[in-house]
Ligand binder design. Structure first.
Ligand SMILES: *Cc1c(COP(=O)(O)O)cnc(C)c1O
Length: 715
């Protein structure tokens, strides 16, 4: 790279790769250039640099003495991109020059790219970042949603309102992906109702390229131009068209780009059509039969299932399947019946609809759930696919989800880590030994750091609720009151997640009398901050949000329960870095893993959770709090009632007393012990580096080698 490059060029180059988003020092450079613009532009450095043409940027950089820091950041980035001494170079060498291809319907990499809705997308984003850090040869495929997922506002009545904004390709870090002839790639998928065309964008996430398909081009009909407008919008027909595009179109895009993957990783069943396209290629190239090509392709397939909720699996009727996959099936020599059979547990059953999860199981030799308990549930749920096997032999393993540490760890907390953990600990954060040193942190220092993060969250929340109220047309007195909500000395419980009914966001409201006592306690009060979006079509989820919103405006909960709008990665980061306690009360066993509580751990917050998902294997009695004992009841109402009682019990009898038990210096020593224990015992495990390392050794390498290790060959 030329040494003469201007500051503007260097920063523009850095902004063109989302690597910057998990480097706090680099993010800080952008923020310092103009903190107000930075926050108004949703942390988008490309838009920021548009406001600062080269001259103006030079002036600003001189004022702030930014030059050497920009040069340093630029050098760091170059070194990162060029480094060959990685975990992957020694452990994933057998993948060689043929990368793993990771398919997902959503990717949550950064708030400035709103093409995710929740945990599935954020997990995918964290997967890419860890794969990049570890140097794993991996490419990713998704869709570019032109209007993203929605922005959430809550009206004066507490009802969720959605708004969509057209994303601007010019201010996103994307560029056309070039095909093997050097032209912008254009792919198509033929259906019985005409071909769907898509261009392919490239978004760089460190060393990992993410290819995003976009149908908003003139080759398409008006209907199809809108096909990739919204994530999880539209009806069944939109859904299958999006999935055909993601799977078949995604596999075609890789082919057009000259990428021949060694592994096909399907993150959830949305992309399960992809292997069909690979089977077609194999039949064409080698003249294989369908059965042989299926066997060889399935050997490369890795499928991660995420949904223990039966309604959460995409199902399509025969008409939609034939319309969209019929032409491809003809090329494969499959009858309509045979095609439908691939998506049915019982291929012969004409009453069964076509299930994407079933297809994904049949087209992959390695399948996994996302926590140990979810593994048990999934084996039971899908046992009928392997009727000749006992439940323990069902070939669905588990790899528990983890979070990308540099993304979710607060900068102040990182300073503490840097002091007590080995040098370059973040390059080896998936190893337990690396975290042992955390015990050496002094309790006072840990508490002070936590308290300053909590203060920051409270300031942020006050600012946000006041602005929200203003927009809703609240009176000036109300806006002023909201600017003073929450108390830094009061135990702060956070709860943020999608408002899917099984997550039971309103469980804490079942006994309002007890709750009122807890929030009003003069010596040992408690306060809550809530956030979360309901799916636009989910009125039940919206009504739960409304209940909490209304409660937050009633005495005695006013100022002690706060609802923040528009949960996204940015708000998520503030919350997980600043709360004392993270509450999680799904209806067990429906939370396959959950990841937000893992982000909290890193920052010294404690989890108070139902023993479901990751927490069922993480809780050891002294690294957080458990709600209930992990029992379930056949009657949902009984289970909800019992869990609600346990929730208030554990708050009253364990969480509150421990938090307010202070020594002479006002330190809650026993609480701090739990914080340290949580970081030390859980930080390395529930970590995306560890997760990706597991995927590499337990799934990718066997799949790339064509081995069917642990998995039983199906007839
Ligand atoms: C981490 C995260 C999630 C997932 O949290 P769960 O615990 O799985 O509910 C959802 N949304 C955002 C914005 C996140 O950052």
């Amino acid at each position: 790279m030329a040494v003469h490059e201007s500051l503007h060029q260097k920063l523009s180059e850095i902004a063109s790769n989302l690597w910057w988003s998990w480097q706090p020092e680099v993010t800080n450079i952008f923020r310092q250039i103009d903190p107000v613009e930075w926050s108004q532009l949703a942390h988008n450095p490309i838009e920021l640099l548009e406001q600062f043409p080269p001259q103006r940027l030079e002036e600003r950089a001189r004022q702030l003495m930014l030059h050497s820091r920009v040069n340093w950041a630029y050098r760091r980035w170059q070194e990162y991109m060029d480094s060959t001494d990685t975990w992957g170079s020694t452990h994933a060498g057998t993948l060689g020059h043929r990368p793993a291809a990771y398919f997902s319907a959503e990717f949550g990499v950064h708030e400035s790219m709103p093409i995710y809705s929740g945990g599935l997308g954020v997990l995918a984003g964290d997967h890419l970042k860890s794969a990049s850090d570890l140097g794993i040869p991996l490419v990713a495929i998704g869709l570019l949603y032109g209007e993203g997922y929605f922005s959430q506002h809550i009206d004066a009545d507490g009802w969720q309102q959605e708004s969509y904004a057209e994303l601007n390709a010019k201010t996103m870090p994307i560029r056309p992906a070039l095909d093997t002839t050097g032209k912008p790639a254009l792919i198509s998928v033929e259906t019985r109702s005409g071909s769907i065309f898509a261009r392919v964008w490239r978004l760089d996430v460190g060393r990992v390229p993410l290819f995003l398909l976009d149908t908003n081009i003139s080759e398409n009909s008006d209907e199809d131009r809108h096909l990739t407008a919204r994530l999880y919008g539209g009806d069944h027909r939109t859904r299958i068209r999006q999935e055909v595009l993601l799977g078949i179109g995604g596999a075609r895009a890789l082919n057009a780009l000259g990428i021949r993957p060694s592994v096909i990783h399907m993150n959830e069943g949305h992309s399960a059509f992809a292997p069909l396209e690979l089977i077609r290629n194999r039949m064409r190239e080698d003249g294989s039969s369908f059965d042989d090509a299926l066997r060889e392709t399935a050997a490369m397939g890795v499928f991660t299932t995420h949904t223990p909720v039966p309604a959460g699996h995409d199902r399509f009727d025969a008409g939609l399947v034939d319309e969209h996959v019929g032409p491809l099936a003809e090329e494969l020599g499959l009858s309509e019946q045979a095609l439908m059979g691939l998506g049915r547990v019982d291929p012969q059953n004409p009453n069964e609809s076509f299930c994407m999860t079933v297809l994904a199981f049949k087209l992959s030799r390695k399948a996994n759930a996302v926590s140990s308990l979810h593994g048990v549930v999934s084996r039971r749920m899908w046992a009928s696919l392997w009727p000749w096997q006992s439940e323990e032999e069902i070939p669905i393993g588990h790899i528990t989800n983890g979070v990308h540490v540099p993304t979710w760890l607060a900068a102040q907390m990182r300073v503490l880590y840097d002091r007590v953990l080995p040098a370059n600990w973040f390059l080896r954060s998936g190893e337990p030994e690396v975290w042992a040193g955390f015990e050496q942190v002094s309790p006072g220092e840990l508490w002070e750091t936590h308290q300053s993060l909590k203060n920051r969250l409270i300031a942020y929340a006050r600012n946000r609720v006041a602005k929200q109220a203003e927009r809703r047309g609240a009176s000036p007195e109300e806006v002023e009151r909201l600017g003073e909500v929450l108390d830094p000395r009061t135990l702060l419980v956070g709860f943020a997640r999608r408002f899917a009914p099984y997550k039971r966001s309103n469980l804490f409201m079942r006994d309002l009398e007890v709750l009122a006592k807890l929030v009003q306690d003069t010596d040992r009060p408690i306060q809550f901050v809530f956030a979360g979006k309901a799916h636009p079509a989910d009125d039940h989820g919206k009504s739960i949000l409304q209940q909490i919103f209304k409660l937050s405006h009633e005495e005695p909960f006013k100022g002690r329960i706060v609802v923040l709008e528009n949960y996204d990665i940015n708000l998520g980061r503030h919350l997980v870095q600043g709360v004392d306690v993270w509450l999680n009360n799904p209806r067990r066993p429906l939370e396959a893993s959950g990841t937000s509580g893992e982000k909290v751990i890193l920052n010294g917050g404690l989890n108070c959770s139902i023993l479901d998902g990751w927490w069922a294997e993480a809780f050891d009695g002294s690294n957080g709090f458990a709600i209930g004992t992990g029992r379930t009841h056949v009657d949902q109402e009984v289970q909800d009632e019992r869990d609600a009682t346990s929730l208030l019990d554990v708050l009253q009898n364990e969480v509150i007393p421990l938090y307010y038990d202070r020594d002479a210096d006002d330190l809650p020593l026993e609480w701090i012990k739990r914080m340290k224990r949580a970081v030390r015992t859980l930080g390395w495990r529930f970590n995306a580096d560890r997760m990706v390392m597991d995927y590499v050794s337990r799934a990718y390498i066997p799949a790339a080698g064509g081995l069917s290790c642990q998995m039983t060959e199906r007839p």
